[in-house]
Design a protein around this ligand. Structure first.
Ligand code: NAP
Length: 260
């Protein structure tokens, strides 16, 4: 029996992951603030799939409650898959953004997944197996399209996932970054956006099913809405050759000419 801990399992992408991992026979630990929604989901999944589901309510922006989830990852029955999914969006320009809202966003989208991965990784490396799925976003690749710091939080997730994969992949731990584009969930309404104004919105089950195809293939980065895979390969290809182009001296174009 394997166990998956899924943050943000009370709605949207996290709830879909919970249903899919339950259908695969995983036991679950489900985390979010909405205890009743988690309990309803847990009852449904226990009855349908005969699995065990632990409900672990937590506000991941609260350091004490975050630590309770980290403790569950470090102790208790081993967690084989961590799905770092809980997250929020913040609309509007950086110039006018409320600092307290940005701080909350950073703690939910950046600090929480980092500290939960940190809590999970020791056991996974020791066992030589396990997986961490981090929910990023395509906006991390096109920051000019989404004002404010949301895309930067998702860039962190992508870079963090790729760096972690390089470190723990050789030790048997699989790390996947999943980059959705607009997906039909509550995130938009919660952030105050009108989903009907957004084009090309993907159904949440389609997104998660595609992300799990990437998971089963052990893809490092899965971008379900990107039909032309060669675009991503070209992007990654440019990144891969960069180290060989770095020198100890400033590049010629940065050398001041005509000055002593
Ligand atoms: N939907 C999209 O278009 C889209 C696109 C790209 C990336 N993503 C990413 O996908 C992930 C899931 O989002 P979603 O679209 O499924 O949105 P969602 O339906 O709003 O779900 C967000 C989940 O995170 C939980 N959450 C929010 N604040 C929390 C907090 N302080 N502590 C603990 N849990 C909290 C929510 O549960 P409670 O309210 O019960 O706490 C909920 O379960 C996010 O990381 C998001 O950035 C979404």
């Amino acid at each position: 029996m394997s166990t998956a801990l899924i943050t943000g399992a009370s709605s949207g992408i996290g709830a879909a992951y919970a249903r899919r991992f339950a259908a695969r026979g995983y036991d679950l630990v489900v985390v979010a603030r909405a205890t009743e929604r988690l309990e309803t989901l847990a009852t449904e999944l226990r009855e349908t799939h005969r699995i065990s589901v632990e409900v672990l309510p937590a506000d991941l922006t609260n350091a004490v409650q975050l630590e309770a989830v980290a403790t569950r990852l470090r102790s208790g029955s081993p967690i084989d898959v961590l799905v770092n999914n809980a997250g929020a969006a913040l609309l509007g320009n950086f110039e006018t953004a409320d600092p307290a809202s940005m701080e909350r966003l950073l703690s939910l989208n950046v600090t929480a997944p980092t500290l939960l991965a940190s809590a999970a990784i020791g056991g996974m490396v020791k066992r030589g197996s396990g997986a961490i799925i981090n929910l990023g976003s395509v906006v991390s690749l096109m920051p000019g399209y989404f004002p404010g710091i949301y895309s930067a939080t998702k860039s962190y997730i992508l870079t963090f996932s790729q760096g972690l994969a390089a470190e723990v992949g050789p030790k048997g731990v699989y790390v996947q970054a999943v980059l959705p584009a607009a997906t039909k969930t509550e995130i938009w309404e919660r952030a105050g956006a009108d989903l009907s104004q957004i084009p090309n919105v993907m159904e949440v089950d389609d997104l998660v099913d595609a992300a799990l195809v990437g998971f089963d293939r052990r893809e490092a980065v899965t971008i379900p809405p990107l039909s032309d895979a060669s675009l991503w390969e070209a992007f990654e290809g440019a990144r891969a050759v960069l180290p060989s182009g770095l020198g100890a001296k400033p590049a010629e174009r940065y050398r001041a000419h005509g000055h002593a």
